[in-house]
Design a protein around this ligand. Structure first.
Ligand SMILES: [Fe+2]
Length: 387
């Protein structure tokens, strides 16, 4: 039966130079913004924070900056952000940066309006019932968090990276300025594009998928395949960056509709156990093993993906066409300098069983959304294939 439900309460502003018009675009959302950025300092170094500040000042909007967020945001960093926002009397939240800053902004906004402490929402002991207005300004082309209802935060005590899901945490405004992505260094360019690619691939083949999600995912896959290599080699090319940012937003819409699947279910334990592992990098390592495992239950879908990527499939059987996606991903990882294995990231074999257990405890819905659903033993084999 053909059935689609889709509503997006987010105003999307996708335009070169739009970061300098933040003040105008957020008019009416509040009097004082909490600007959430990560500790890394790139938002300051490249002037993006300065652009946002000037733009807010020009409209008479006050702000306070909270920069205590790590690259895999932690629950206590969110709790401290909530305290800080209360002290500063902020009434709306701006997430500026990659998915970490945006997701932390969402978590802070929800806790401010629904009541403390944040950990209760993360542990599903309490439901989010409201959120302060959220503005998302992505400066990477990876998460798509600017257009979805998810926020991923790590519960350090339980060593679990968990998604909170709520319609209240859709950003009110998403400002996508391709110019802010040109400063991404080559490895982060590749890793964040791989996050978006994983979103699109998982959304295309998973059990919940539908025509609209596939339309978004297909367009995302096509744009990433056409541009990822150039972006890594010629990062300043604004046309290429525009296409990648566009693709990551579309992949975000796809997973907002139908979620991800097994590859994400297995990456979350990885970056929960090893906090230094970048989400996109973790995915790029698991992706070939995930495709290899999933292929036999989604041959037709992967054969379609081969065509979307532009691989030569005319003389191939469906099985061969599907297999060509695996070969393509393996080659692509090498070409763009992401040819790593889990062991290169310092992952220990002795942790693999615990990561499997962690996935089955916290990531069950995504595991069960995969075309082929693994046993614990099979999941272990997938991790070991990527080792
Ligand atoms: Fe992701």
């Amino acid at each position: 039966m053909f059935s689609i439900r889709f509503s997006l309460p987010t105003k999307i502003v996708f335009e070169i130079g739009s970061i300098s018009r933040v003040g105008y675009e957020v008019e009416g959302l509040g009097k004082k913004a909490l600007i959430v950025i990560t500790r890394g300092g790139s938002m300051i170094k490249f002037g993006y924070l300065g652009n946002v500040r000037l733009s807010l000042e020009a409209r008479g909007i006050k702000y306070a900056v909270y920069n205590n967020i790590s690259s895999n945001p932690k629950a206590d960093e969110v709790e401290k952000g909530v305290e800080f926002a209360e002290k500063e009397k902020c009434d709306f939240i701006i997430g500026l940066g990659g998915g970490s800053a945006i997701d932390a902004a969402k978590a802070i906004a929800a806790t401010l309006a629904s009541g403390k402490p944040f950990i209760k929402y993360l542990r599903k002991e309490k439901e989010i019932s409201a959120a302060y207005p959220i503005v998302a300004i992505p400066t990477t082309h990876g998460t798509g968090s600017e257009v979805d209802k998810y926020a991923v935060v790590t519960d350090t005590e339980r060593k679990a990276k968990i998604s909170i899901i709520s319609c209240y945490i859709y950003p009110k405004v998403a400002i996508l300025d391709p110019e802010t992505t040109v400063t991404l260094p080559p490895q982060l360019t590749a890793a964040t594009a791989f996050d978006a690619l994983s979103h699109a691939l998982e959304a295309y083949v998973n059990r919940s998928t539908n025509s609209l999600a596939r339309m978004f995912a297909a367009e995302a896959i096509k744009n990433i395949a056409e541009n990822i290599e150039h972006a890594v080699k010629h990062g300043v090319n604004i046309t290429i960056r525009t296409k990648l940012l566009w693709a990551s937003m579309l992949a975000g819409l796809a997973i907002d509709l139908v979620r991800t699947a097994l590859c994400h279910a297995m990456e979350h334990p990885l970056s929960a156990f090893y906090g230094h592992v970048h989400h996109g990098l973790g995915l790029s390592i698991l992706l070939p093993a995930w495709i290899k495992y999933t292929l036999e239950s989604a041959k037709k879908d992967f054969a379609e993906i081969a065509e979307i990527i532009g691989l030569k499939t005319e003389e191939l059987t469906i099985e061969q066409a599907a297999q060509s996606v695996y070969n393509y991903i393996v080659d692509l990882r090498r070409t763009i300098g992401l040819d790593f294995k889990l062991r290169d990231l310092g992952v220990k074999v002795k942790d693999v069983d615990a990561m499997v257990e962690n996935a089955f405890t916290y990531m069950k819905p995504l595991i069960e959304n995969n075309p082929r659903i693994p046993t614990r033993e099979e999941m272990k084999n997938i991790y070991m294939e990527a080792y």
